[in-house]
Structure formats: C-alpha cells, structure tokens
Design a protein around this ligand. Sequence first.
Ligand code: VAH
Length: 326
Amino acid sequence: MKRQAMKKILVIGANGQIGTELTTALVKLHGAQQVVASDIQALGRHQELAYEKLDVTDAKRLAEVVQQHDIGEIYHLAAALSAKGEEHPEWAWNLNMTGLLNVLEVARQAKLSKVFWPSSIAAFGPSTPRDNAPQVGAMDPKTVYGISKLAGEHWCSWYAEKYGMDIRSLRYPGLISYSAEPGGGTTDYAIQALFSAADGSAFTSFLGEESTLPMMYMPDAVRATIELMSAPKENLKTAGSYNLAAWSFSPRELVCVIQQRVPAFQAAYKPDFRQAIADAWPRSIDDSSARAEWAWRPAYSLSEMVDDMLTHLAGRKSLSQEKQVA
Ligand code: VAH
C-alpha cells in the first residue's frame, strides 16, 4: 500500500534571526524534503531547501504556498521587532497582526496539524513584576511590538478554543546569535557587543550599563521550540504562550564576561530611545510552567554562550559589513 507522503513544514521568516537557525534544526530533524523555507527576500539562505518568496500579509499567496507544498505545520517567525516597530508603527502592526491572522485563518481552512508562533517578554509591561515575571499576570505592553504580541497571544487562544487548533507559542527573551542579522530589537546591543569584541571595533551600548534583561542563546531557543512542538498535547496544561528563560544580564555584566576573554574590549554607554523600552520589560522570568509541563531546561551558561559566540565570530566581518541576504 502506497505510504501517504508526510505533510511538510513551512517556515515563514526562514531568513531571519530565529528562522535561520530554526530552519536548519528542522532540516536536521525531519530532512530537507520535509521543510519549505519562505521569506520576503527573493532568495533563501538554505540552498538545499524549496524556497518561496512570501509576504505573509498576502493571505492568497500564503494559501497557495500551503496548498502547493502540501503543508501540515507552520512555524511563523516573520515579525517587526520592538525598536523598528516604534520607528514604523503602522508597518509593524500590519506585519505582526495581519501576518498572524493570515496564518491562523489559512491554517484553519487547510486543517493544519500544528502552528508555532513566537510571543516575547515584550508582551509584559511596567505593571508586570520586574523579577520572576509570572506565567499569568499583569501585561501592559508599551510598544507596538509588545501590543501585537499580547494581542497575538489572545488571537491564538481564540482560534485554539473556537476551532480546536493546536497552536503553540513561547515568550522568547532577548536572543543572541551569530548566524543572521538581528532584526531591530532592543536586546540587539548584546549581539553588537560580541561582534565588536570579535573584530576589535569600538562598541557603544544603546542601553545603560545597569539595564538587566532576560536573555538566551539561540541554540537553546531553537531546541525549546522543537521540544515544545514535539511535546504530547496532553502534557500542555498552560493556555497561550509559555514563559521561557535562561539567564539575565546587564550590559555591564556582559562586558565583564567578554573582557575576561578579550581584555582589550571596551564599552561606552549611550542610552537612546530603546532605554525606555527596556525599562518597561521585566528583569527576569518565571518559566516554571515550561519546566514542569515539557521539561524545559536551558543548556548554555552565560560564559558558555560568550565562548561559543566568540569562537564562531573569530575572523568574521562586523555586523555592519556583513553581506545582507539578497
Ligand atoms: C526585541 N529581540 O528586542 C526582541 C525580543 C525580548 C526582546 O522580543 O525586540
């Protein structure tokens, strides 16, 4: 009897900071034939994969891609981040909300088995306890990005409850990676610091030295995503998006850890508009629900992240000189 071909995975935003590494991990797990990459650029980063140029705000095109590739799961990562969202609010709201609603509606109509969508600690706000921000509590985001993430969490819950869809989500902390340009976030200073330490260029933090924020190394965030998506549905008692944490640090603390490896590395601090964004976010996150329900555990320590980043960045050009994807 002919085995029914397995439905495929569509990654939306596969060229982005998370999408680049998540797509690679999904290929390792499922094989290149099972993964379709898509993004707004003409060309994809993953040469071995089928690629679709896709603007996720175009519902018709999204439905066509899902149908043509026989998609069974979507990882929807395309979004405007916090800093860029404050500079272009209407664009950010449209991309983040129309994009998500298109994904949810196409997934409903095509009866997809699962959808992954990232929320963020940006969904928290000044009323959220600054330390150990709870899984359920006050959420009064003060950025367009954070408002879109909180609204998105509620839309995901609405679709899940009304249509019985399996929609899974994580509130990512600031993510640190070397594979792709960060996308205009408030936590990007940490990536810039590591690139500067590796190439010897001057570094100025756009956040003040004591601005402690929850952060995570990308390999841990990618593994958390895959572990959440493969967890038995019956284990997932928490509705909505899971808090996820590894460690928190301030720019000064990160600079100290870097200087233990690169003594010549120096930092200046020149807070800009992103300081107010950071000040409205919690300093640390309570991720006990993720740990209890699907055995989440971070693997990298802060020191191990710095060592691994500097190893991978040795000999790389600085962020500003890096070739953008076509
Ligand atoms: C940002 N990197 O800075 C993202 C993230 C928690 C921060 O959502 O906007």
